[in-house]
Design a protein around this ligand. Structure first.
Ligand code: PHE
Length: 378
C-alpha cells in the first residue's frame, strides 16, 4: 500500500503548489503578462492531470502493477487505487474551476473594459399616434360587444360601389377621386366595403362590427392624404333605429374627447344610408365657444392663443367627425337580406383626422413623414 500513499502525498504537494499560483496571480499585472501567466498555469495543470490520472499516468500504472501482487492482496489494493483516482479527479475538477475563474478575473482587470459602467440605453420605441388612436377606438367598441372585422384594400367595384347603392354616374366613382386598378377593380375609397363583405358572409343574423383599415382617394393637401385610415361600424338587427346610432356615437365621443362633449347631426347624403347625417362633436379646444379660453395651457398652440378665435374648429365651435345613417333598404336588397325584417345603422370616420384633433396636429403629412422628433412626443 506504500506506493499508493506515496502518490497521494506527491499529488497533494503538486496541487498545493498550483493552488497557491492560482490564488496569488500567476504573472505580473497587465494584459499580455496576465495572459502569458494564464497559459503557463493551464499548461502546468494539464501536465499534472495527465501525469496522475492520464491513461498512462501513475494511477493507471498502479493498477497495471497489480499482477505482481499476491492474489489475496489484489482486491484491497484495487479498492484503494480506485479511491485514489476519485480523490485525484475531484481535486483536478475543483482546481480547474478555480483556474477558469482566475482567468476571467485577470482578463477583466487587465483590459480597458470597465464592467461597472452603465450600458447604452436602447430606445424602446412607441406606437405611432394613429395606431394608438385606432387601438383605443377598437377597444372601446369591443367593450360594447362589437366584433372586429376586416375587408380587402384592393376590391371589386361591387363591394366598394355597386352593392352600396352607389350609382354608375356618382361623382365618387370619377377617376379624379378613385384609384382604378382596372375597369372593375379599385383601391377601396372607404371602409364601407366591409359592410357588403360581412353581410354576404353572415346572412340573416344580428351584426355588430367595428372595422378599421386603410383607404385611398385621389387627394393631397394639408388635411388630405391619398392613403388614410378609416374606421367603420355596422349594426344590424330587428328594430334598430337612428336613436341607437346616436346613443352609440355619443358614448364614443365622450370617451374619446371628454365627458363634457356634445354632438350634433347635420342632414347629409350617402347612397348607402337613409336618412344620412354628418356628425360633429363640440370643439374640445374652445369647448364649443369658438374662442380659445384662458388657461387652456398646453392645448393652446394647436387651438390658438387664449382669447383668440379657435383655429381647430375655425370658430364654429364644432368639429366634423364623419358620416353616418340608417342602412338603406336598397343595400339590404343588394346583399340578399330582407329589408322588411332587418334595420341597421352604420358610420365611418377618419382615424387620421381624429388623431390630428386629439393631439392638435396641424398638418396631416406629419403622420407619414416618419420624423423621429415628431414621433417621440407620443
Ligand atoms: N363611407 C363614408 C365616407 O367615407 C362614411 C360613411 C360610413 C357614411 C357609413 C355613412 C355610413 O365618407
Amino acid at each position: 500500500m506504500q506506493p499508493i500513499e506515496e502518490i497521494r502525498v506527491r499529488l497533494d504537494g503538486d496541487m498545493q503548489q498550483l493552488e497557491s499560483l492560482v490564488a496569488g496571480g500567476s504573472a505580473p499585472a497587465g494584459a499580455s503578462g496576465a495572459q502569458e501567466g494564464d497559459k503557463a498555469l493551464s499548461k502546468r495543470f494539464e501536465e499534472l492531470k495527465v501525469k496522475y490520472t492520464g491513461k498512462k499516468g501513475e494511477i493507471s500504472g498502479l493498477l497495471r502493477s497489480m499482477g505482481t501482487l499476491a492474489p489475496e492482496a489484489r482486491p484491497e489494493f484495487g479498492k484503494l487505487v480506485n479511491e485514489l483516482r476519485d480523490y485525484a479527479e475531484a481535486k483536478f475538477a475543483a482546481l480547474q474551476a478555480k483556474i477558469q475563474e482566475a482567468e476571467i478575473a485577470s482578463s477583466l482587470s487587465g483590459s480597458t473594459l470597465d464592467a461597472t459602467l452603465p450600458g447604452y440605453r436602447i430606445p424602446a420605441g412607441s406606437l405611432h399616434p394613429m395606431t394608438q388612436v385606432r387601438e383605443e377606438i377598437i377597444s372601446f367598441f369591443q367593450g360594447l360587444g362589437f366584433e372586429l372585422a376586416l375587408a380587402p384594400e384592393v376590391d371589386n367595384d361591387w363591394y366598394n360601389f355597386e352593392a352600396l347603392n352607389i350609382p354608375p354616374d356618382h361623382p365618387s366613382r370619377d377617376m379624379h377621386d378613385t384609384f382604378y386598378v382596372d375597369d372593375k377593380v379599385v383601391l377601396r375609397t372607404h371602409t364601407s366595403n366591409v359592410q357588403v363583405h360581412y353581410m354576404e358572409t353572415h346572412r340573416d343574423q344580428p351584426i355588430r362590427i367595428i372595422a378599421p383599415g386603410f383607404v385611398y382617394r385621389v387627394d393631397n393637401d394639408a388635411t388630405h392624404s391619398p392613403m388614410f385610415q378609416q374606421v367603420e361600424c355596422l349594426v344590424v338587427d330587428k328594430d334598430i333605429s337612428f336613436a341607437h346610432l346616436k346613443g352609440t356615437l355619443f358614448l364614443w365621443a365622450r370617451h374619446m374627447f371628454g365627458a363634457e362633449t356634445t354632438m350634433r347631426f347635420r342632414p347629409s347624403y350617402f347612397p348607402f344610408t337613409e336618412p344620412s347625417a354628418e356628425m360633429d362633436v363640440s370643439c374640445y379646444f374652445c369647448k364649443g365657444t369658438g374662442t380659445v379660453p384662458t388657461g387652456s395651457g398646453t392645448l393652446a398652440p394647436a387651438g390658438g392663443a387664449p382669447g383668440q378665435p379657435c383655429r381647430t374648429c375655425k370658430t364654429t365651435g364644432w368639429i366634423e367627425i364623419g358620416g353616418c345613417g340608417s342602412v338603406d333598404p336598397n343595400v339590404f336588397g343588394k346583399v340578399g337580406w330582407d329589408p322588411e325584417k332587418y334595420t341597421g345603422f352604420a358610420f365611418g370616420f377618419g382615424i387620421d383626422r381624429i388623431t390630428m384633433l386629439k393631439y392638435g396636429i396641424p398638418d396631416i403629412s406629419h403622420l407619414t413623414r416618419n420624423d423621429n422628433r415628431f414621433l417621440r412626443q407620443f
